[in-house]
Design a binder for this molecule. Structure first.
Ligand SMILES: [Zn+2]
Length: 227
């Protein structure tokens, strides 16, 4: 049995479905493929299993039933994910695209980590909230420095306003990096960074306002640092 065939069998078992119109599926790429500006190869079994375990662990950090409100999400595990965007050495841990049917999250199963998965989930949440008008540009820009524009400026000038230089590239990346760190570091993550705390608070409030939070804990993992 070839490695690819084995991977296909292993991953055939990894299909999760939800109710309420949403579904989340995890699959592995089976041959080289281009995704617009990105290129990827098929993962081997060890990589696919690693990626699958990471995704499973990351999803357990969210309230039960939340993912089912994200619409159709296809998570595709790949290997050797490369692209031509700025701000990288050409290698990527993952990206997320809006598709006609929902969302496609592509993860390099050998490179991605928990932060990558939370970051890409943040892009999905951001997309849903923005499309619904639950999160606006003005809401967010209120927590950025007065004269700031995305894609400009040096991180050294705004260390308290952004998670890192990448977060200064676009509003989407800013939101995703802000949320990602909250998921990874929990309580106290923005203790000394009020602007980032306010951004997280803004994102968290939009999530609470837009989604059905029935049965959610008083504080989700991303809300651990919020009072
Ligand atoms: Zn991103």
């Amino acid at each position: 049995m070839s490695v690819k065939r084995l991977a296909a069998l292993v991953l055939a078992l990894l299909f999760l479905t939800g109710c309420g119109g949403g579904s989340l599926a995890i699959d592995a790429l089976d041959k080289d493929r281009d995704f617009g500006a990105f290129h990827a190869s098929a993962p081997n079994v060890a990589e696919a299993n690693r990626g699958y375990a990471l995704v499973q662990d990351a999803l357990e950090c969210y309230p039960e039933g939340f993912a089912e409100q994200w619409g159709r999400v296809n998570i595709l595990l790949v290997s050797s994910l490369t692209g031509e965007e700025q701000f990288s050495d050409g290698h990527f841990a993952g990206f997320t695209q809006r598709t006609a049917k929902g969302w496609l999250m592509v993860l390099d199963a050998g490179r991605c980590d928990a932060g990558t998965v939370h970051h890409e989930i943040a892009h999905i949440l951001d997309g849903i909230l923005t499309e619904a008008g639950a999160l606006t540009e003005a809401d967010w820009m209120a927590f950025c420095p007065g004269s700031f524009s995305y894609g400009e400026g040096n991180f050294e000038d705004y260390p308290d306003f952004f998670a890192d230089e990448y977060a200064m590239e676009t509003m989407k990346e800013d939101r995703a990096r802000t949320f990602e760190d909250a998921m990874l570091y929990g309580a106290g993550v923005y203790e000394d960074k009020p602007a980032l705390w306010l951004k997280l608070n803004c994102f968290a409030a939009a999530i609470r306002a837009h989604f059905d939070t029935t049965g959610w804990p008083e504080k989700t993992l991303w809300e651990q640092s919020l009072e």
